[in-house]
Design a protein around this ligand. Structure first.
Ligand SMILES: C[C@](O)(CO)[C@H](O)COP(=O)(O)OP(=O)(O)OC[C@H]1O[C@@H](n2ccc(N)nc2=O)[C@H](O)[C@@H]1O
Ligand SMILES: Nc1ncnc2c1ncn2[C@@H]1O[C@H](COP(=O)(O)OP(=O)(O)OP(=O)(O)O)[C@@H](O)[C@H]1O
Length: 350
């Protein structure tokens, strides 16, 4: 089992350049009268020379999970209208951004090999950096390090989360602030799942992925994510989808318990599951194994697959199920996680 990086609370994930921060003014009550003009002048002079810009920022790029996914229409440009209940797991890639005079990206971590054949310039992290620099009117310079742990082309938005993490990190590193609409549009241009990953909280996602409405409060629950280590290309799955579109069926009431949540999900669908299963039959094996696991309340596919999730009432049950699934299928990527309220509160694992 890979229980993966656990949820935690962010603390001190920015490090300030000691040369820039200095020692700061004395605290009130430390024997200095800050109201006396010479000290007031000194205080202003010191704070005026201090830079609040961090020289290093780390961000957790958390896995997104589509608990439901209704394809409600198709647009002239080929993109589909969706309605999806999206939540986040604590499992994450880690993005580290440092000040530099050039723009560089290094890839490491257990799943980085899946990107070995691709040009680093095409990596969504560098695309995000270039687009944000242009929008913010700053030079595109940073030393970026991406630690990849999430499976690639897996339906849990690993690349989208990396792109969103790059935006968040560089907004802070470069001290840029953009209007929310501009940032949402920039995220959308990077990929349909990037706006939701930037939001990082449970939402009902509509449009092609850019319209985000807070989801009803969800009960404590845990997930097991299972990927058969077979990449599935999102465009191919949308292309293979046939039949009528679904009506939107958003969750409007807060489920009181994990079982209530499972019951509500059971009345809804992932419309991409059928085409994905036709393209990658290993999804059937994964779903059957999750459905047979002890304590599972519901098993479904996330996004365009092939990752499937099992829903459990507690993290203990999810971890026990992940342990058993991982032992029975060592060739699979298996991980347990609580549902995360806000991905900004997840401490990035280095
Ligand atoms: C299936 C989901 O994972 C659900 O959250 C997302 O909609 C996919 O988001 P994504 O991978 O970020 O998608 P993009 O990289 O923007 O698009 C990849 C391809 O998926 C298809 N696509 C994607 C999103 C969408 N709303 N309609 C689509 O038809 C298009 O063929 C597109 O060329
Ligand atoms: N940092 C990145 N991590 C993963 N894939 C990336 C990254 N940058 C670019 N890519 C490209 O994006 C493709 C889709 O990868 P990703 O892991 O985001 O798929 P996914 O989990 O199916 O996403 P979604 O659920 O949003 O459809 C990869 O096959 C790769 O070509």
């Amino acid at each position: 089992m890979a229980t993966g990086p656990g949820a935690g609370h962010r603390s001190g994930n920015e490090s300030h350049d000691p040369a820039q921060t200095g020692s700061g003014p004395a605290a009130p009550g430390a024997g200095i009268d800050l109201d006396r003009p010479p000290f007031l002048f000194l205080f202003r002079a010191v704070s005026g020379s201090m830079s609040l810009a961090p020289s290093l920022v780390t961000e957790a790029a958390c896995a997104k999970v589509n608990l439901t996914l209704h394809v409600t229409g198709c647009r002239p440009d080929g993109y589909h209208d969706l309605e999806s209940l999206v939540v986040f797991a604590a499992l994450h890639d880690t993005l580290i951004a440092e000040t530099s005079e050039t723009l560089t990206l290094t890839l490491e971590g257990p799943t980085a090999g899946a990107l070995a054949g691709e040009s680093p310039a095409d990596n969504i992290v560098l695309r995000a950096a270039r687009m944000l620099a242009r929008a913010g009117g700053v030079p595109p310079v940073a030393r970026l390090r991406l630690i990849k742990r999430l499976p690639v082309a897996a339906g849990i938005g690993g690349g989208s989360a990396d792109g969103a993490a790059a935006l968040r990190a560089l907004l802070r590193l470069w001290q840029i602030s953009l209007p929310a609409d501009t940032l949402n549009a920039l995220a959308r241009d990077l990929g349909a799942d990037v706006p939701v990953c930037l939001e990082g909280r449970a939402v009902t996602m509509t449009g092609v992925g850019e319209v985000l409405t807070p989801a009803p409060t969800l009960p404590p629950a845990a997930l097991v994510l299972v990927n058969p280590r077979k990449p599935v290309a999102t465009p191919a799955v949308f292309k293979a989808r046939t039949g009528p579109f679904s009506p939107a069926a958003p969750l409007t009431e807060a489920p009181a318990t994990a079982q209530d949540l499972a019951d509500a999900l059971a009345r809804r669908t992932n419309d991409l599951a059928a085409p994905a299963r036709a393209l990658e039959p290993a999804i059937d094996t994964v779903l059957a194994a999750l459905e047979a696991s002890a304590g599972v309340l519901l098993a479904r596919m996330s996004g365009s697959g092939a990752t499937c999730f099992g829903l459990y009432a507690s993290l203990e049950e999810a971890e026990a199920a992940a342990l058993a699934l991982g032992a029975a299928h060592p060739e699979w990527w298996v991980a347990a996680s609580p549902l995360v309220d806000d991905t900004r509160a997840v401490t990035p694992v280095l």
